[in-house]
Every structure is written in C-alpha cells, then in structure tokens.
Design a binder for this molecule. Structure first.
Ligand SMILES: *[C@@H]1O[C@H](CO)[C@@H](O)[C@H](O)[C@H]1NC(C)=O
Ligand SMILES: *[C@@H]1O[C@H](CO)[C@@H](O)[C@H](O)[C@H]1NC(C)=O
Ligand SMILES: *[C@@H]1O[C@H](CO)[C@@H](O)[C@H](O)[C@H]1NC(C)=O
Ligand SMILES: *[C@@H]1O[C@H](CO)[C@@H](O)[C@H](O)[C@H]1NC(C)=O
Ligand SMILES: *[C@@H]1O[C@H](CO)[C@@H](O)[C@H](O)[C@H]1NC(C)=O
Ligand SMILES: *[C@@H]1O[C@H](CO)[C@@H](O)[C@H](O)[C@H]1NC(C)=O
Ligand SMILES: *[C@@H]1O[C@H](CO)[C@@H](O)[C@H](O)[C@H]1NC(C)=O
Length: 670
C-alpha cells in the first residue's frame, strides 16, 4: 500500500487536458511533416552521428599553466608547476577558468587537481567521508547529498525562475526551448548554454564539500546525447557541462549520482521530464519504440561512466526518474528495470568496483513493495522521493507542530528497506510542508495551499502562501523549527539527496521565492545544519541501520540478478498500455552507428605527459548497433498528445542498400 501522500501526488497530477487539446493541432501538423520528410531524415541519423573523437590533448578550458596561485597554500606543491595541486582549509585554489579563490573547509577536506594527472582520485570532501580513492561503504558511510536540480534539466522551480519569466507562457523545457529558439536576437536556443555556464560553477562544488556533503545527484536529459526530428531541446551540449561536473566533483572529492531524468516521450508527463502532458514512454503506440531509444541512451551513458577514468566519481546511475507505474503498469516498469540493469552491467562488467550502482526509483509504489526485488543483484539501489509538501490536506498549523513528522513517517521505512531490499536512498526531499513558493507546482498551476490548484479543485484554501515565501520575515523560532524538520528528515532518511542545492532568484522580487527548496539559502540563513552529522539521532533513533547490505550493493562482488527472476520479468513486454500487443507496434532496429559520448579535453602543463581520457566506451564487446527507424516503416510522433492509430505493422524485407552499415564501436585505446 503506497503512502497516502504519494497517492495524492498521483491523483492530482493528471495531465492538463485543455493544454493537450490546444497543442494537438500543432502537433498533428508536425507529425505530418515528420512523416513527409522521413525519407530525408532517416539517412541524416546516420551521417550526423558522432564518431569517437580523437582524445589527444588539445586546447581546452583547462588552464593548468596559470601561476596566479600564491603561497598560503597548505598543500603540496607540484614540482613541475607553480600551481598547487592539493590543499586543505585556507589554501588557494586555481579554478579551471584561471581565477583563484580561498578553499574553506573546516571538516578536514582536501581538494586535489593535477593538470598532469587529471584522473587522480586523491580528493576527500571531509575527514569523515571516504576519499575518491577509498571505498564508500554503503550502509555504513552515509550519503549526505544535494541535487543539482534545474541545471542541465531546467525547471521553473529549481532553475533560475528568470529563464522562464523571460518567456511568458513557457511551462517546461520543451516550450522554453521553442521560445528561446524563436528569439534569435537574444541568442536563440544557446541561451540554455549560458544558463549551464552560470547556474552551477566550480565554486559550488567547493561549497558543497564545505557544507559537509559528499554526494551530488545530477539530473540529465536524453538530449545530452541527441535529439530526433521535431524535438526542440538543445542537443549535445549539456553533456559538456556534465563533464565539467565530473572534473569539479573529482577535484573536491564529491561522488556523483547521475540521474537520467528526461526520456523520449516522457515517463511521467511532468514538466521536469522535458515536456508537460502525455506519457508516451511505455504507453501508447510509440511506447515501446521510446523505451528502445531510452535503453540505448542508458547504455551509452553506462559505457562512458564505467570507464576506469570515471567510475570512482560517477558511482551511481539512476536509470529513469519517477516513472509512473500507475499509468505504465508495474509489470512493464519491472521489465524495463530488469533490462536496463542488464544493459548497465554489460557495459560495466560484473563484480566488485566495476561501474555504477544501478538506482531504481520506486515508481510510487512505496519501499516495501520492492523488498526482495532483484535477488542476487550486484550493485543495485532503491530511490525514494518523500515529500510532505504535496500532502492532502495541506497543514493548517505551522511547521513548529511538524518537526518530528519525518521521523514517524519515514524512519522505519528507510532502515527496513536497507534490510529488505538493500541500499536505499532518498533521491529527493525538501524542507517544505506546503506547496507554497513560486513555481513549486510549475508555471501557472496555482497551489493546493491557496485552494487554486488547477489539477484538483477539492483542495480547500488554507491560507495565503506569502508567509511561506517571504523568508526575510522568518523569526528565530520559525527558523529553529525549519532546522528541526530538516534534521528529522536527514536522520529518518539515512542516505539522502536534498532537492535542491540552489534555487535561482525570481525577477519579481530579486530573491529566492521557494526558500524551503534551497539548501544553500538554508545554510546561509540558518535553517539547514552546517554539519549534517548533527542530524544523527534527531529522531531519537538509538538503533540506526548499520552493517552489510544484502545484494552485494557495497560492490563486494556478486554476479547478476538471478536469471530465474529476470526470466519472470523478461524484455520486451508483451503488451503496452493503451496500445496493441508489442508485436504490432512501431519499433526501431539496431542498425545505426552508436553516438558515443566524448570525453573532456585536458591540457597537461608538461609536454611529455599524455592523457588518456578514454574513447567513451568501456566494454568493446558491447557492440550492438543503435536503435533507429526501419526504412520504409511508419512511426507516430514520439511525443503523442492523444491516441493515434497504430501504423501498419511493418517488418519490410530490407534491400541490402537500404540498411546502413552497422558501426561497431571501436575498442578503447588503452
Ligand atoms: C607566472 O608569473 C610570472 C611572474 O608574475 C610571469 O612573468 C609569467 O609570465 C607567469 N607565467 C604564466 C604561465 O602565467
Ligand atoms: C589517495 O590519494 C591521496 C592523495 O594523493 C594519497 O595520499 C592516499 O594515499 C591515497 N589513498 C589510497 C588508498 O590510495
Ligand atoms: C571563473 O569561475 C568563477 C565561478 O566559479 C567566477 O566567479 C569567475 O568570475 C570566473 N573567472 C573568469 C576569469 O571567468
Ligand atoms: C513541475 O515542476 C515542479 C518542479 O520544478 C514540480 O514540483 C511540479 O510537480 C511539476 N508539475 C507538473 C504538473 O509537472
Ligand atoms: C497514454 O497513452 C494514451 C494513448 O496515446 C493517451 O491517450 C493517454 O493520455 C496516455 N496516458 C497518460 C497518463 O498520459
Ligand atoms: C540573488 O539575489 C541576492 C540578493 O537578493 C544576491 O545576493 C544573490 O547573489 C542572488 N543570487 C543569484 C544566484 O544571482
Ligand atoms: C529504524 O528506525 C526506527 C525509527 O527511527 C528505529 O526505532 C528502529 O530501531 C530502526 N531499526 C533499525 C533496524 O535500524
């Protein structure tokens, strides 16, 4: 039985019908165009595909030759360079853009960056968290994390609200991208890259370590890899910033949970999936084809991050964020999870220390539902997103009366799941007890608390949201209650990633208007603990979970999910919700060239040094082609806004010339 608040979240988040109808006609036109030009487009897939690029060192953004850093560093000096390569509290850091700042870390953290050895894992975020070259003992060491929400997948709430405020009527990254692209005078779609450049910078990573945190969860959309016809997202750009995140995380000793947040067709219909509206992932006639594409993207990401250069930094892969099993079916969510898990393990290899932990969102079933899932699994984790903010009814009294709510609601669930499933973490939670705050529900959706929530008119107005937004007016008593609520959450959840590190200023007020969602603001204003360890015991839990996790989630070995279990949930699905049996549905065929992900370029300061950043592909025998349209077959719009008839069944006899040569990814240059 899922917890009540999750059911509420499901109930109130049905897709907006009015918007869907309006957009349908536009889409129908686009869909027609897609079909018309398909013959032109399909070959394009094969020509624009990136081949693994030459990784030889080239001029990049690194500036290891800068010697602007001065004494005062408590770290060692690199004899080959005037720039320090490591240091502790008070040392001077030279950033990758050449600027310097003073590293403050009162927890014994140590940064490490040597331009001649950019894969060195010597950095440590705090004395009590393992350095990157040490083992993180899941179940014993705690994940203290924040999301870098709103960065590489924009959101009205968690990004700079001004991004959306500049283009009234935009509600998700899809519409934002269209509006930006049309506004060439302001820089067009590349304005998104300006956001990537400025919203999160190297100093955020240093501050995250200084805040006592050891992990970040970074949402990433599939457009980091490619987009296909009609998809307006900025393609192949956010990946370059994810690469910066890897370098910065490595430098400050932070581990990364890469969360695949936005997939073709949308897995939940919510704005943060890229597009608000219909679920077309494992739902509707394009549901299977979209899942095939998604599995390919998961494979491409897994191949990159499993390379030994990256596997100690990107240690966790959330394969898909918040799929809504209530619409997709639990059967197919599990089938997809099983297949994605096998794909990641094929990319990374089995056994200790090879490749990421695969993190599965609970798909809103609640944690107990997953107990025992995936017997025998090597490196598997469960992801849970407990929010109070969307409760029904909304609280009539102040947060001062709710400070122990997280303990009673979550305390037992999380530690029981650690025993019954294995590694479990809260991938998202916030400090909000109401849904008040600018864009907390998206743009123009109203709020439950004020009784004008557009998806559910049965919410009674409780009061004005203003007191929840104007944090400048919060007194010491109120901040203390916020702090207690935060600490209860942290203690109850055991392993956690706050949503989110940073919320941008609103253009309306010039300040943060969703204060309970910003870790950084809470730290500055005194309602988030400056040392997350101080939350230990906040729930009076004298017997917190410690110990070895079942299912080898610690990376201590294991093989794979028991084959008998996988057989019961095999891939592909037999039927897709709101569509024909899978055999009658449009599907892709693995004959394309795989667009592998490119590594960053590194600039050593010593000319004799060569740096091997990998060719993007960990397992050379993982050489199936890329899922692409079958020549001559018809496809519906991947982002269907309403039911479309199933195209004629299509498995044409392929003429040899029609089929592009399959590109086998070349073996890594090691
Ligand atoms: C390092 O600093 C010295 C003295 O300020 C200057 O002459 C030299 O050009 C600098 N070198 C680099 C690589 O910036
Ligand atoms: C980790 O790196 C640091 C800094 O280079 C080094 O001092 C330490 O010995 C390394 N630890 C292990 C276990 O390799
Ligand atoms: C380098 O990045 C920092 C943010 O991390 C920024 O404050 C600084 O202005 C940048 N310096 C240059 C020269 O761009
Ligand atoms: C829109 O996104 C916000 C986060 O930015 C989320 O809290 C909200 O639930 C989403 N709403 C919809 C309808 O997608
Ligand atoms: C599932 O797909 C059908 C057919 O395309 C569509 O009508 C329905 O709205 C979709 N369900 C959701 C929850 O989006
Ligand atoms: C938000 O505005 C405040 C002043 O209200 C300013 O100090 C802060 O730097 C701004 N933050 C960002 C990310 O621009
Ligand atoms: C789990 O947490 C609850 C509440 O915080 C506590 O009472 C219980 O002893 C814990 N159990 C285990 C096995 O850690």
């Amino acid at each position: 039985m899922p917890p009540r608040f999750l059911k509420e979240k499901e109930n109130v988040y049905s897709p907006p019908r009015a918007a869907s109808r309006r957009r349908f006609f536009v889409l129908a036109a686009i869909a027609a165009l897609v079909l018309l030009v398909a013959a032109v487009i399909i070959p394009v897939y094969f020509t624009v595909i990136r081949k693994p690029s030459d990784r030889s060192a080239s001029a990049g953004s690194s500036s290891g030759s800068s010697n602007s850093s001065t004494s005062g560093s408590s770290g060692n000096s690199n004899p080959k360079s005037a720039v320090a390569i490591t240091g502790g509290d008070g040392s001077t850091v030279t950033m990758d853009n050449g600027s310097t700042f003073t590293y403050h870390n009162s927890f014994g953290g140590r940064w490490y960056w040597d331009a001649n050895d950019p894969f060195n894992n010597g950095a440590q975020p705090q004395s009590w968290s393992p350095a990157l070259n040490e083992t993180f003992q899941y179940g014993v060491d705690r994940i203290y994390g924040v999301n870098l929400g709103g960065w590489l997948v924009t959101e009205p709430l968690s990004s700079v609200p001004a991004l959306y405020q500049k283009y009234p009527g935009t509600i998700d990254e899809w519409t934002l991208s269209q509006a930006m692209a049309a506004d060439t005078a302001s820089g067009g779609l590349n304005q998104l890259e300006d956001h990537y450049k400025s919203f999160i910078t190297e100093q955020d990573f240093a501050q995250i370590a200084a805040a006592g945190l050891n992990y970040v969860r970074i949402p990433l959309g599939y457009w980091a890899i490619e987009t296909r016809q009609g998809e307006p997202f900025l393609a192949k750009t956010s990946w370059n910033y994810f690469l910066k995140a890897i370098n910065w995380a490595r430098k400050y000793g932070i581990r990364i949970n890469l969360d695949f947040h936005s997939v073709p067709g949308s897995q939940n219909g919510w704005n943060h999936s890229g597009r608000l509206g219909t679920i077309s992932f494992l739902n509707g006639t394009m549901g299977y084809a979209n899942a095939q594409r998604t599995l390919d993207y998961i494979r491409i990401i897994a191949e990159f991050i499993s390379q030994p250069q990256y596997s100690s930094v990107v240690t966790m892969l959330g394969i898909i964020n918040e799929p809504r099993a209530i619409f997709i079916s639990n059967e197919n969510v599990q089938r997809f999870y099983g297949e994605a898990y096998s794909i990641v393990r094929t990319a990374s290899g089995y056994g200790a220390g090879k490749g990421p932990i695969v993190s599965l969102h609970d798909a809103f079933n609640g944690l107990p539902w997953w107990a025992g899932w995936g017997p025998g699994a090597d490196r598997l984790a469960l992801d849970y997103h407990p929010y109070v903010a969307f409760d029904k009814p909304q609280p009539v009294d102040s947060i001062t009366n709710h400070v122990t709510l997280p303990c009673t609601r979550w305390g037992n669930q999380l530690n029981q799941s650690m025993s019954a499933f294995g590694m479990t973490a809260a991938g998202e939670f916030s400090n909000a007890i109401t849904d008040c705050g600018t864009y907390v529900n998206g743009v123009g959706q109203g709020s439950r608390y004020e009784g004008n929530y557009i998806y559910d008119s049965s919410f009674q107005r409780v009061g004005s949201c203003t007191p929840y937004i104007q944090w400048q007016n919060w007194d010491a008593t109120y901040k203390k209650a916020m702090m207690q609520f935060a600490m209860s959450s942290m203690d109850a959840l055991n392993n956690w990633f706050f949503w989110t590190w940073k919320v941008g200023n609103s253009t309306m007020s010039g300040t943060v208007e969703a204060p309970a969602w910003s870790y950084q603001l809470g730290l500055q204003q005194g309602w988030i603990p400056t040392d997350p360890r101080s939350a230990l015991g906040a729930c009076g839990n004298t017997d917190p979970f410690t110990g070895t996790l079942p299912g080898s989630a610690t990376g201590s070995g294991g093989t794979t999910i028991d084959s008998s279990f996988l057989a019961t949930i095999g891939w592909p699905p037999t039927t897709i919700t709101n569509a024909a049996p899978v055999t009658g549905l449009p599907s892709y065929t693995p004959t394309g060239a795989v667009p592998t992900l490119t590594a960053a370029s590194f600039t050593p300061t010593t000319s004799s040094v060569t740096i091997n950043a990998g060719n993007g592909w960990n397992n050379p025998s993982d050489n199936a082609g890329f899922m692409v349209p079958i020549n001559g077959c018809q496809y519906n719009d991947a982002w269907m806004e309403s039911a479309e008839p199933t195209p004629p069944a299509c498995t044409p006899a392929r003429k040899r010339d029609d089929v592009p040569p399959s590109l086998i990814t070349p073996a890594p240059q090691r």
